[in-house]
Design a protein around this ligand. Structure first.
Ligand code: AMP
Ligand code: ZN
Length: 478
């Protein structure tokens, strides 16, 4: 039985989907105005892990991940969606590109990062700019029902009309009143009302016609429009980072439940932040690392994947190079384990000892069933590896057992999601370095050739010059 911690109820609850066998899941995707950093990756990995484990359990999962290419303002984390500049327009001005060019560029970068991390692609990545009519439809209904109001071409959600406001974050109106005061937009009735539609100043590049003004949608409304468009009124699971809980997800609940009259999300899952130097890794704090930074230091995307899975998604996690180094070593251990098993299956070792794999499968499932406890699942896997290694050393593991263990490994890995050795293509960069080394060798520049070999090794590939020519082997890559 799968138990997931639900931010809404603040406890672990048994997960049962609304429709038998099928799960509707939505993940807040990137705002495409800059390079995705590895903090973001931690959050995308949570939805990948959840989806993979649900599929392991036999569910058919429909995962929708939006692309925010309009409407997310620079002050959205501290204000209510009505102040600051549009993040994408600001990047467009900085990079002297159109907002569309900016959005497409960073969207494709994000997809490349997900691919390298072996994050399975969502079934659909809807873009906010392609769903403005759906947003307008919801806003119109909210105005008509009296949950939202218009003034001077701007439309706001009236938080006092939704009595459950604050149920996700604990930021009820009572609590908010004693908290910090917000800078008030002149057209708002209450400081905590949030923007659904804003009238665009003439210089604003992205504008759409609406019944209220030529303008643009607020950030929160896009997720309500796109999630319900593709998943219906009630979602089984909605994921995001902990910073999304308030105001973003609180606002999503308010506007969607007032629109549909139904429960919006059954299970809310949030990742705790990835920290760097003790602070949340973020674009604004400038303490971020991208996948490129990780690779430049000789680590692979799979090392990073293992680094993340080594910590529970609801624990804060501090980024550090020694921790990544440890992940790299553990990945090598797993790599060797799989290679050894493969070699054994090809041999004809017919030891009579049988290996009890069932216990390891049960342990794996028990760990994942307990709110996706990947650190526990990994420590069980390392236990399995130790047992296998010692049986191989004493020549007790039969080819048949090796086959059975490999089958279990494949099943486990359908959830952990490491790219298997052999399946991993040699990256272009490595191919280029190998070519350069060949040129250096044929020109008898052995110093350069050795330096290049060392560099290739640092990037995780070993070159072996054999009598049959050069062979290349990935180190620590699964
Ligand atoms: P953004 O592009 O800023 O909207 O962020 C995309 C996703 O990454 C959101 O779900 C955020 O909550 C999440 N996120 C941002 N920073 C971090 C971090 N340091 N650790 C974990 N998740 C993060
Ligand atoms: Zn969202």
């Amino acid at each position: 039985m799968l138990f997931l911690y639900n931010t809404l109820t603040k406890q672990k609850e048994e997960f049962v989907s609304l429709n038998p066998g099928k799960v509707g899941m939505y993940s807040c995707g990137p705002t495409v105005y800059g390079y995705v950093h590895i903090g973001n990756v931690r959050t995308y990995l949570l939805s990948d892990l959840t989806r993979r484990y649900l599929e392991y359990l036999g569910y058919e999962v429909r995962l929708i991940k939006n692309i925010t290419d309009v409407g997310h303002l620079t002050e959205d984390d501290v204000a209510q969606g009505d102040s600051g500049e549009d993040k994408i327009e600001k990047a467009a001005a900085r990079e002297k590109k159109t907002p569309e060019e900016i959005a497409r560029f960073y969207e494709s970068y994000f997809k490349q990062v997900e691919k390298e991390l072996n994050i399975l692609p969502a079934q659909y990545f809807p873009r906010a700019t392609a769903h403005v009519p759906q947003m307008i439809k919801i806003i119109e209904a909210l105005v008509e029902k009296g949950f939202a109001y218009e003034k001077n071409g701007n439309v706001f959600f009236d938080v006092t009309k939704f009595e459950d406001y604050g149920k996700l974050s604990g930021n009820t109106l009572e609590n908010l009143k004693v908290g910090a005061r917000l800078e008030e937009h002149p057209d708002k009735k209450n400081p905590w009302d949030f923007a659904l539609w804003l009238k665009a100043p003439a210089e604003h590049l992205m504008q759409w016609r609406s019944p209220w003004s030529t303008g643009y949608p607020g950030w929160h409304i896009e997720c309500s429009a796109m999630s319900t468009e593709y998943l219906g009124s009630t979602l089984d699971i909605h994921t995001g980072g902990e910073d999304n809980i308030f105001p973003h997800h609180e606002a999503e609940i308010a506007q969607t439940e007032c629109f549909t009259g139904k429960q919006f999300v059954r299970f809310w899952l949030h990742t705790r932040h990835l920290l760097a130097d003790g602070k949340k890794m973020s674009k604004s704090k400038g303490n971020l690392y991208t996948l490129e930074d990780i690779k430049e230091k000789g680590f692979s995307a799979m090392d990073l994947r293992l680094f993340f899975l080594s910590s529970h998604y609801r624990s804060q996690m501090e980024f550090s190079w020694p921790a990544l180094e440890q992940a790299h070593k553990n990945l090598q251990k797993i790599n060797d384990f799989v290679l050894n098993l493969e070699a054994l299956t090809a041999s004809e070792n017919s030891s009579l000892e049988t290996f009890d794999v069932a216990i390891y499968r049960e342990k794996f499932e028990a760990a994942l069933d307990d709110d996706l406890n990947t650190p526990l699942a990994l420590s069980n896997l390392y236990e399995l590896i130790s047992q296998v290694n010692s049986e191989i050393t004493s020549d007790k593991l039969s080819s048949q057992s090796a086959k059975v263990i490999l089958t279990l490994w494949k099943k486990i890995n359908s959830v952990l999601g490491f790219t298997l050795l052999g399946q991993a293509e040699i990256p272009e960069e490595i191919k280029r370095l190998i070519e350069q080394r060949e040129i250096a060798r044929s020109g008898k520049d052995f110093k350069k050739s050795d330096d290049l070999r060392a560099l290739i090794e640092k990037k995780g590939f070993i070159l072996e010059d054999t009598k049959d020519g050069m062979k290349i082997k990935a180190v620590g890559r699964l």
